[in-house]
Design a protein around this ligand. Sequence first.
Ligand code: TRP
Length: 332
Amino acid sequence: MAKRVFSGIQPTGTLHIGNYLGAIRNWVDLQRDFECIYCVVDYHAITIDVDPKELKTASRSMALDLLACGVDPERSILFVQADVPQHTELTWILGCVTSYGDLARMTQFKDKSEKQEFVTAGLFTYPILMAADILLYKAQGVPVGEDQVQHLELSRRIARRFNSRFGELFPEPEPIVTKGARIMSLADPTSKMSKSSGEAHYVGVMEPETSIRKKVRSAVTDVGLTPGEAMSPGVANLFQILEIVCELQGEAATVPQLKAEFADGKLLYSRLKDTTFDRLMGVLRPIQERRAKLAASSDVDGILADGARKAAEIARATMCDVRKLVGVGTGA
Ligand code: TRP
């Protein structure tokens, strides 16, 4: 049987190129060889303050973005987390085999909680919900970015602890880390690209071309280096974006050529930016066109309902075994 893969993304409203180049393109590729389950994790999104109306639109919109990027509902399961209630049910049980000390060590919690005035228990226990997402489907592979590796390691510990306390049930999920893709902010290339840092920091996958051009052109670089000096973070980031989008389009010559010019101290950053913009649009344009068509014609709600039905079938079977092993409920 094909190995099962699970991954999740928060409904942040729009997908940015950091999400696409760092994760989603990998999700799309994995569909070729694995049984894939992809989830828009709306329960994760409420760990911090969000507007309920916006959240609802954001989940649908994220699903449309994923479909436009190439997630194929004929081959994979695509659904919204809260449509399958077993996620939260399993979270409670896994919480009872999770160490408080392990949770307190999560670096993402430390970072995020510093930025919140009101730190919820949900923000603290978030990694348990993530473990439940994965283990509910007994997924063996989990495509994640660097920043989620620690959470995934915790999922493995939780699986081990459940298995040793209640009986062998969950496989330990392995990370599938996307090759070389941590896209940085355009305005501050020392931090990861994210929507929450503000408009200037990210490029939306569905953003209008004129706005993308403006953002790429204003990307922070440096004042120009002397030949032989190491690349500054902003220039390295543009090269990283260019490298991936060229690779996606089967274009091998451009990056080595620009890198050689850089090494000779002859590369004009305006040329690097224009080339990056041009090749990036080569990748984004077809996605944007597909997104527009899907928004007009596809039955997203039907696709998500179908996905939730298929996911729930697996989830129910797992929960049946979990309840038996743990000894809760009477089966009433
Ligand atoms: N925590 C992940 C993030 O913020 C999203 C996520 C939730 C996830 N559940 C998951 C990723 C399960 C992989 C597997 O990016």
